[in-house]
Design a protein around this ligand. Structure first.
Ligand code: NI
Length: 181
């Protein structure tokens, strides 16, 4: 396995719409190795999610996991999830607000409002279909990662930039307010 380089804001691939993954492609050993590398990279960098365009592959793949994550100490653990060709098929009108950050937007956090609940349809790494509804932190992470597949980053979802904060200042001024989303 390998740790992959993360594309930072400004890399054009982060602004492209990612291509769907075909069944043949998903079954190749190269693709399965790539998924393992994505998981390893996410864990190494303490991410809770990673989308393939962030590692310079414009394909519809996201991985999500959080196990006692130091970047999100107050959030519940998320079991490892690999989603191929994910789509949001339902979104609640009700919104929740949370602090977001991104491995491609270094050293910044900002408040973003997202749908509280979403329904996701996707395939797992073996192309078995998945359909589930989720809410709260996982819902936020899913919306953030699926945005990456559509060329969007969390900054695009901020209503204004008044909460945009460098991590150093976040720790000084905002940490106490950064409770559950
Ligand atoms: Ni991100």
């Amino acid at each position: 396995m390998a740790i992959l380089d993360v594309a930072k804001l400004g890399h054009p691939i982060l602004r492209q719409v990612a291509e769907a993954v075909s069944l043949d492609e998903a079954q190749s050993s190269g693709f399965q190795n790539f998924i393992d590398d994505m998981v390893e990279t996410m864990r190494k960098l303490d991410g809770v999610g990673l989308a393939a365009p962030q590692v310079s592959c414009s394909k519809q793949v996201v991985v999500i996991a959080s196990e006692a994550n130091p970047r999100y100490p107050d959030e519940s653990d998320l079991p490892l999830m690999v989603l191929i060709n994910p789509r949001l098929t339902e979104r609640s009108d009700e919104r929740i607000e949370g602090w977001e950050a991104c491995l491609s937007v270094k050293d910044l956090r900002g408040k973003v409002r997202r749908h509280r609940k979403v329904r996701v349809e996707a395939f797992d790494r073996h192309m078995n279909p998945l359909s589930f509804e989720t809410e709260g932190f996982l819902s936020i992470v899913l919306q953030h990662e699926i945005d990456h597949l559509n060329g969007k980053v969390f900054l695009d979802r901020m209503e204004d930039f008044s909460t945009l904060t460098h991590l150093e200042e976040f720790d000084r001024f905002w940490m106490s307010q950064a409770t559950k989303v």
